[in-house]
Design a protein around this ligand. Structure first.
Ligand SMILES: CC(C)(COP(=O)(O)OP(=O)(O)OC[C@H]1O[C@@H](n2cnc3c(N)ncnc32)[C@H](O)[C@@H]1OP(=O)(O)O)[C@@H](O)C(=O)NCCC(=O)NCCS
Length: 229
């Protein structure tokens, strides 16, 4: 299957769900709508929430997961607009096991250059760029203005907040979270810069050295976050 489905690839009568109905989900729904709403096919676009708090958000129905799977549909697609990577993983595996297909989404202003591989369920917001020869795992989030440069290797369920600068030859392990405006120094093919599993890079950090798994780093140059008390 191609990385990103075009409007014509989606079956008539399909339902397309964005899991979440919070701020980020409201930013993602327009990406979905612009790609798929006016195909001439009868497609239904919905927000999915574990416990819907409203029946509609921005003109789109909000349905429970049960209701999503009960809808009369030729096929069910989903993406997950939830930054919490563990929640994203749980929801992803459950929806896939129930027969829904992950739908990777990219804004029209997202750009992808050469020879990249991108896992299922990815989300690329406006003005994101993946340059060349990057390998990205499943259910990646690239929020607005983030980039992934050449030869980066990114694991599963990794999250980039807005304007993350991920320079060449950076390796990021599963479930890492990179905060707004963080800058990750380039590594080399022989010695990539590594961000360990589940690590958190704070907003505005300038990362010049490897970050161990599970660490929280902030500042310029990035250092482990020291908590008082
Ligand atoms: C690093 C981070 C994860 C820490 O969160 P937290 O554990 O809740 O930390 P707190 O807010 O309790 O702050 C603890 C201390 O670190 C400082 N701090 C927090 N984030 C910081 C950052 N990014 N850079 C420098 N210092 C930071 C706080 O000022 C506070 O300092 P103090 O103890 O002197 O008062 C968080 O602040 C962060 O940067 N998250 C990313 C936010 C983001 O990009 N959101 C995007 C939404 S789309």
């Amino acid at each position: 299957m191609r990385q990103f489905l075009a409007a014509n690839d989606i079956e008539n009568g399909a339902v397309l769900g964005i899991y979440g109905a919070g701020g980020f989900a409201r930013e993602v729904m327009p990406i979905l709508a612009r790609r798929f709403k006016d195909t001439g096919h009868a497609l239904k676009l919905v927000f999915i929430e574990t416990e819907p708090k409203a029946s509609q958000v921005n003109g789109y129905p909000v349905v429970s997961e049960e209701a999503f799977f009960a809808l009369d549909a030729s096929k069910r697609y989903f993406n997950i607009a939830i930054a919490d990577s563990k929640a994203r993983e749980t929801i992803a595996e459950r929806c896939i096991s129930r027969g829904a297909a992950p739908l990777s989404l990219a804004s029209h202003s997202a750009d992808f250059l050469d020879a990249n591989t991108i896992g299922e369920g990815a989300l690329f917001c406006a003005n994101t760029v993946v340059t060349s020869n990057a390998r990205i795992g499943r259910f990646f989030h690239a929020n607005i203005y983030s980039y992934v440069a050449h030869d980066c290797v990114i694991g599963d369920f990794v999250t980039f907040a807005p304007r993350v600068s991920c320079n060449g030859n950076v390796h990021i392990e599963d479930h890492a979270y990179i905060g707004t405006g963080a800058v990750l120094k380039q590594g080399s093919l022989e010695r990539p810069l590594r961000i360990g599993k589940g690590a958190i890079v704070g907003m505005g950090a300038v990362v010049t050295k490897d970050v161990p798994a599970g660490a929280v780093v902030v500042g310029n140059p990035a250092r482990p976050l020291e908590r008082k008390g």
